[in-house]
Every structure is written in C-alpha cells, then in structure tokens.
Design a binder for this molecule. Structure first.
Ligand code: GSH
Length: 213
C-alpha cells in the first residue's frame, strides 16, 4: 500500500496510527502542503479533493478520507479491532471520532487558514485565536464524552479509531499553543495512547520527511 501524506497533517497522522496499530507495512509518499504539492495536477488525479491522506491499495484502488480509510483497514485487517463489535459501543467510538473529524478539524485545516488570511485579511494572531476557539469548544464536549466512560483510552481499555483521531488533534492543539490544562481526561487518554510504541512511531517527528515545516 502507498500512503500519500504529510508529516504534520492530522488526517495523515490518523491513518499512520491505524496502520501502525495493525502492524501493516506501507510505502510513504510525502505531498508537501506548504509547497502546494497537494494541488498539483498529478495529485488531483489521485485525490480530486486535493487532500492528504490517500491510500493506494495493492491492486491500484485509491481511497480518500481518513475515517473511511481507517474503517476499510479495520474491515480488511480486523486484528486488533479499531471499532468495537457491539453496535452501541461502535456508535460511541464513531461519535467521538466525528466530533473531531467533522466538527473540529475541518474548521482549522490549511485551506481555511489560507482563506482567512487571503480573503478576509486575518492576521496570524486572529488565525491562532480562530483555531484555538474551535479546538477548545470541541475539546470541552469531548472531555465530557471521554470522562463519561472513564476507560484507559479514548473509549474503553483498548485503543480504537477514537485514539487514532484524538492523538493528532492533541498534537495540533499543542502546535497552535492551545491551553490543554482544563482537559484532564483528554490529556490522560492521549498520553496513554502515545505511550504505545506504534502510536509513538506515527508521530510527525518520526516520519521520513520530518524536516518538512
Ligand atoms: N476529511 C478529510 C480531511 C483531509 C484534510 O483536510 N487534510 C488536510 C491535511 S490534515 C489537507 O490536505 N489540507 C490541504 C488544504 O487544506 O489545502 C480526511 O479526514 O481525510
């Protein structure tokens, strides 16, 4: 499999964690977002949204959207599972994940930051405040959701899709100097996940092109 991604991209980081937890080998191709490589014609042929990640499967099919990729991996390589078998638990893991993938991350990704800067003349401080606002709002709700079951990880005592998504969002929050002090549950479960070697190996600093800004 080939993963098209970028070290600092949260959505790529999610898939790297899932691949690592399942111990699946893959080739990594970096698309440098700061250089606009994800908007070049050859990559738009692979991913018409111009987003990373994309996962090219052995027989050539290309999958986009990190959550869809993680669910595909889980269905194809079920051990260890990233979604619980029991439908209510499965739905809760998806709720936690989507609180980030649908409601926090899309407001803060690069194209939104660029639009704020170029179309609405936002300053770097205003962009930072925008990012912090949506992460803080979303994390306040997640803090309740995670605390409600009190497991070792984001949901329960095994790492799940929710951890694949939470760890990169915590990393992004730290990069953008968001105050995480109020979020004890989030920090607790993110630390537990990051202590696992496969999760640690997916960290941006440990990727082949880690020097990319
Ligand atoms: N919902 C998509 C989001 C993908 C996404 O926003 N990727 C970011 C990097 S984390 C990206 O490619 N941004 C490029 C841009 O905003 O121009 C997914 O989960 O895969």
């Amino acid at each position: 499999m080939i993963l098209y991604g970028y070290p600092l991209s949260s959505a790529s980081y999610r898939v790297r964690i899932a691949l690592a937890l399942k111990n699946l080998p893959y080739e990594s191709i970096t698309k440098d977002l700061r250089a606009g490589e994800h908007r070049e014609a050859d990559y738009l042929d692979i991913n018409s949204q111009g987003f990373v990640p994309s996962l090219k499967l052995d027989e050539g099919t290309v999958l986009g959207q990190s959550a869809a990729i993680i669910e595909y991996l889980d269905e194809t390589y079920p051990d260890p599972p990233l979604l619980p078998a029991e439908p209510r638990a499965r739905a809760r893991v998806r709720s936690l994940s989507q609180a980030i993938t649908s409601d926090i991350h899309p407001l803060n990704n690069l194209r939104v930051q660029k639009a704020l800067r170029d179309q609405f003349s936002a300053t770097p401080d205003q962009i930072q405040a925008w990012i912090a606002r949506w992460i803080t709002d979303g994390f306040a709700a997640l803090e309740q959701m995670i605390g409600a079951h009190g497991g070792k990880f984001a949901f329960g005592d095994q790492p799940s899709q929710a951890d694949c998504v939470l760890v990169p969002q915590v990393y992004a929050a730290e990069r953008f100097a968001v105050d995480l002090a109020p979020f004890n549950q989030i920090r607790r479960v993110a630390d537990a996940a990051m202590a696992l070697e496969p999760v640690a190996a997916a960290h941006p600093s440990r990727q082949p092109d880690a020097d990319a800004p």
